[in-house]
Design a protein around this ligand. Structure first.
Ligand code: NIG
Ligand code: FE
Length: 387
C-alpha cells in the first residue's frame, strides 16, 4: 500500500516547495504523505522503497478537455485538410452519424482503449465530453459511458445542431435545455457549449449554460476556435471554470480572463491538425491569464492524446517555457477542473505521479515524440511501468 520513491533526480511539486533535487516522496493509502530531500526521508520497510535512479518525477497530467466517446474515423478529412481544405464545425456531424449506429459495448471498448492510451502517456485525470449523440437517448448513453471511467464528465449536447434540426436550431436548444439535460445531468458534473459561427450563437449558448447551471452543473465553454466572438465574455460573466480553444482572442478577452477565475485551456493539437496559427501563450501569461494545456482528443480537430506532444508544441511555438508548459498540463488542468487534490505533489494530494525516463522535465519538449513515461502511479497504485 505504501511506497517511498527515492533517488528522484528532479521533483516538480507545483507547490511552495518548488523544484527539488535528490528528493523523495512517500505515498500512503493513495495520497502523498511526505515530500522532501532523499536524505531526510522517513524510514520504511525495504520492499516498499522504489528507486527512481535519478529520473524526474512530475505530477500526472490533468487533461481537462477530451471527446473520447465516439465511433468512426475521419482520417480522410485530415488528409484533405493537409492538402489545403479548411476545418469547419460541420465535420462533427459525420462522427455523430457513426456514433449513433454503434452499440454501448462498442463505444465502451473504444473508450477503454483510449483510457489505456492516455494513461500510458502519463495522463492520470481526464475530462470527457458527450456531443456525438445529439439525441436524448444518445447523449444519455455517452455521458453514462464516460462516467464509468472518469468523474469529470461534461454534457455537450450543444456541440452542433444535428442535421434533423438544421432549419430550426432554437428548437434543438429547447431539446438540449429540456429533456436532454434532464437525462444527462445525473451523469455529469459540467455543462459545455460550442459558441462559434457554425455551431451556437452567444444567445443560444447563454440559454444552454444557464439551464445547466440551474440543474447544478458547472459551466465551461468552447469558444474563439475559428475566429473571435463573444463566447469568452459570456464564459467569464457566468463564472465558467474554463474557456477552451481561445485561438482568436481580442485584447478585451484577454483582460476579462486575466481578471477572472476562468482558466484558458489551450489545445495545441487543434492548431496542429487544422493548420491554424498557434495562439500566443506568452501574451496570455504576461497578462496574468491562468493557462491550461489539454489534448482535445477527438476524431476531427485533434486526434492526439499525448500531453507531452502538446507541451512540446507550447514550448516550441507558443512562447511557453518548459516549466510553464508542464504547470499548465498539470496544475493548470486541475484549476480548469476546479480541483486542488491533483496536479500537485504535496502532502494530502492524490498520489498521481509520472516518472520520466529523463533527468529533467525539459526533456518533454526537448525530445518530442519520444515515449518518456517510465512509470505511472494513480492514487498510489502502479498503472504503467516500463522495464
Ligand atoms: O473541441 N470545437 C468543437 N468540437 C471539437 C471538434 C469536434 C470534431 O471536429 O469532431 C473541438 O475541437
Ligand atoms: Fe473540444
Amino acid at each position: 500500500m505504501n511506497t517511498l520513491i527515492t533517488d528522484i533526480g528532479e521533483l516538480t511539486t507545483n507547490s511552495d516547495a518548488g523544484t527539488l533535487h535528490d528528493a523523495a516522496v512517500l505515498i500512503e493509502n493513495g495520497r502523498i504523505a511526505w515530500v522532501g530531500a532523499a536524505d531526510d526521508a522517513p524510514a520504511v520497510g525495504g520492499s516498499d522503497v522504489f528507486d527512481a535512479a535519478g529520473r524526474a518525477l512530475i505530477p500526472g497530467f490533468v487533461d481537462s478537455h477530451s471527446h473520447l466517446v465516439f465511433a468512426g474515423d475521419r482520417a480522410a478529412e485530415f488528409e484533405a485538410r493537409m492538402a489545403g481544405q479548411k476545418y469547419a464545425a460541420g465535420g462533427i456531424r459525420s462522427t455523430v452519424a457513426a456514433t449513433r449506429t454503434a452499440t454501448d459495448d462498442e463505444l465502451r471498448a473504444r473508450l477503454r482503449g483510449f483510457m489505456d492510451e492516455l494513461r500510458a502517456q502519463g495522463t492520470t485525470t481526464v475530462e470527457i465530453k458527450s456531443g456525438y449523440g445529439l439525441t436524448v437517448a444518445d447523449e444519455e448513453r455517452l455521458v453514462r459511458l464516460a462516467a464509468e471511467v472518469t468523474p469529470e464528465v461534461t454534457f455537450l449536447g450543444a456541440h452542433v445542431v444535428p442535421v434533423e434540426y438544421a432549419e430550426r436550431p432554437d428548437e434543438y436548444v429547447d431539446l438540449v435545455t429540456g429533456p436532454m439535460l434532464d437525462a444527462c445531468a445525473p451523469h455529469a458534473r459540467w455543462i459545455d457549449v460550442f459558441c462559434e459561427t457554425g455551431a451556437f450563437t452567444v444567445e443560444q449558448s447563454r440559454r444552454v449554460l444557464e439551464a445547466g447551471i440551474a440543474r447544478g452543473l458547472s459551466p465551461r465553454v468552447h469558444a474563439s476556435q475559428l475566429g473571435p466572438g463573444d463566447g469568452v465574455q459570456l464564459a467569464v460573466e457566468l463564472g465558467a471554470a474554463s474557456i477552451d480553444h481561445g485561438t482568436y482572442l481580442t485584447d478585451e478577452d484577454v483582460a476579462a480572463l486575466a481578471g477572472s477565475d476562468t482558466v484558458l485551456a489551450l489545445l495545441p493539437g487543434v492548431e496542429f491538425s487544422t493548420r491554424q496559427p498557434y495562439p500566443d501563450a506568452r501574451r496570455l501569461l504576461d497578462a496574468g491569464v491562468t493557462v491550461a494545456l489539454a489534448c482535445d482528443t477527438n476524431p476531427g480537430s485533434s486526434f492526439t492524446s499525448s500531453m507531452p506532444f502538446c507541451i512540446a508544441i507550447a514550448v516550441r511555438d507558443m512562447g511557453m517555457t518548459p516549466s510553464e508548459a508542464l504547470w499548465a498540463a498539470t496544475a493548470g488542468g486541475a484549476r480548469a477542473l476546479r480541483r486542488d487534490d491533483i496536479g500537485v505533489i504535496a502532502p494530502g494530494a492524490r498520489a498521481d505521479l509520472v516518472l520520466l525516463d529523463a533527468p529533467t522535465h525539459v526533456h518533454l519538449a526537448y525530445r518530442p515524440g519520444v515515449p518518456l513515461v517510465h512509470q505511472v502511479w494513480k492514487d498510489g497504485a502502479t498503472h504503467v511501468s516500463r522495464a
